[in-house]
Design a protein around this ligand. Structure first.
Ligand SMILES: *[C@@H]1O[C@H](CO)[C@@H](O)[C@H](O)[C@H]1NC(C)=O
Ligand SMILES: *[C@@H]1O[C@H](CO)[C@@H](O)[C@H](O)[C@H]1NC(C)=O
Ligand SMILES: *[C@@H]1O[C@H](CO)[C@@H](O)[C@H](O)[C@H]1NC(C)=O
Ligand SMILES: *[C@@H]1O[C@H](CO)[C@@H](O)[C@H](O)[C@H]1NC(C)=O
Length: 328
């Protein structure tokens, strides 16, 4: 069914040249637009509601206040430390992964992956002491999504999009080992050599996207992050990149300039955007708000069309917001 919807919308948008807004598009608000050429790759929301945005092209971490519509630089990393996944590992302390990424080939320079710790509780503007290089991750291919294990303080699972595996990482030492690997995690084409990408844990399951294979899937895990069941596909989400899971278990998956809603039965439908629609152009990441003021609000980071611009023009990446309660 979702495949039919997808095709139908593709045909409609192609024929009308995005003259009409698609369902849900009017619900999408712009929180912040970064300068042209800024690719926002991943998001983490602080307890106070501020949204941390990693940038792949600027090797920078930004912080956006979604209530005041303001943004500031948290830290400028060195060239070659292009930022990818981010996750909160302790109260207001975040682990971030980076690598030297080539955009023309979608690959990372071998040996360039690294793990960082950013202590936002200790952070003050202009003071770099809150940022620590934990370790280089020499055998990690292309580090992408990272998620802290909720019941194992200091441990996180890290998606390796190039090698098609999930690593278990000690975020204080950088020590890591393969947690699991699967054909479902691997890239399936050399044109886009990226497999497992976004990660999230919900009710003793690790959920993941595989971008090239367009797979949204899961694996049941124990508290220590080991698999307790088979790795399985749940739904097909075209070029699904990242996602967030709502309290009711609905997964909001972004990819291919589109927001998909995947329910617990695995049926996927388009909620906003579309392959040829500018509204969610270059959507890379999704996270829910954490305060009473933005309960049910899904934040979406974008790359401004840097990988494949919808209308041929590249823009600054954005932080968008969409009230998912509108979809009930
Ligand atoms: C990043 O990798 C490229 C090769 O892909 C290399 O030419 C460049 O020097 C690297 N940059 C840094 C800062 O390491
Ligand atoms: C990779 O998987 C996707 C989704 O199943 C499929 O559409 C695509 O054709 C595959 N690519 C190759 C090169 O097999
Ligand atoms: C992880 O949990 C599983 C299942 O609960 C258990 O069998 C395994 O021994 C644990 N591994 C470690 C390293 O604690
Ligand atoms: C962004 O920069 C690109 C490349 O430099 C340029 O082609 C494009 O017109 C710029 N877009 C905007 C909105 O200024």
């Amino acid at each position: 069914m979702h495949v039919l919807n997808y095709l139908w919308y593709s045909i409609v948008t192609a024929s009308l040249v995005h003259a009409l807004p698609l369902p849900g598009d009017s619900a999408v608000g712009v929180i912040w637009t970064f300068p042209n050429g800024t690719w926002i790759e991943n998001l983490a929301v602080r307890q106070n509601g501020e949204v941390l945005c990693t940038s792949l092209t600027k090797a920078a971490l930004y912080m956006v206040n979604p209530f005041q519509h303001t943004a500031q630089l948290v830290h400028q990393f060195d060239q070659g430390d292009d930022l990818l996944g981010i996750t909160e590992v302790e109260n207001d302390v975040f682990a971030i992964v980076s690598a030297n990424i080539s955009f023309t080939t979608s690959t990372a320079m071998p040996g360039s992956a690294a793990l960082w710790r950013v202590d936002m509780a200790a952070w003050e503007q202009g003071m770099p002491n809150a940022v620590t290089l934990v370790s280089r991750l020499l055998d990690v291919g292309l580090p992408d999504g990272i998620v802290a294990l909720p019941d194992q303080l200091g441990l996180a699972l890290l998606a390796d999009a190039a090698k098609g595996r999930v690593w278990k990482v000690d975020v204080w030492t950088g020590e890591h080992s393969v947690a699991f690997q699967s054909e479902l995690f691997r890239p399936n084409t050399s044109v886009l050599p990226l497999g497992i990408d976004g990660l999230s844990i919900w009710k003793d399951n690790l959920f993941f996207t595989n971008i090239a294979r367009s797979v949204f899937g899961h694996v049941p895990i124990s508290q220590n992050g080991s698999a307790t069941g088979p790795i399985q596909q749940i739904a097909e989400t075209p070029f699904g990149d990242d996602f967030a899971i709502a309290v009711d278990g609905t997964a909001y998956v972004v990819g291919d300039n589109t927001l998909f809603g995947v329910d617990l039965e695995g049926s996927a439908k388009i909620l906003a955007g579309g392959p040829d629609d500018l509204t969610l152009e270059g959507a890379t990441s999704a996270q829910f708000g954490r305060t009473s003021m933005d309960d049910g609000v899904l934040y979406i980071g974008t790359n401004g069309g840097l990988l494949s611009p919808v209308d041929g023009e590249i823009r600054g990446g954005q932080l968008l917001a969409i009230n998912t309660k509108l979809f009930d």
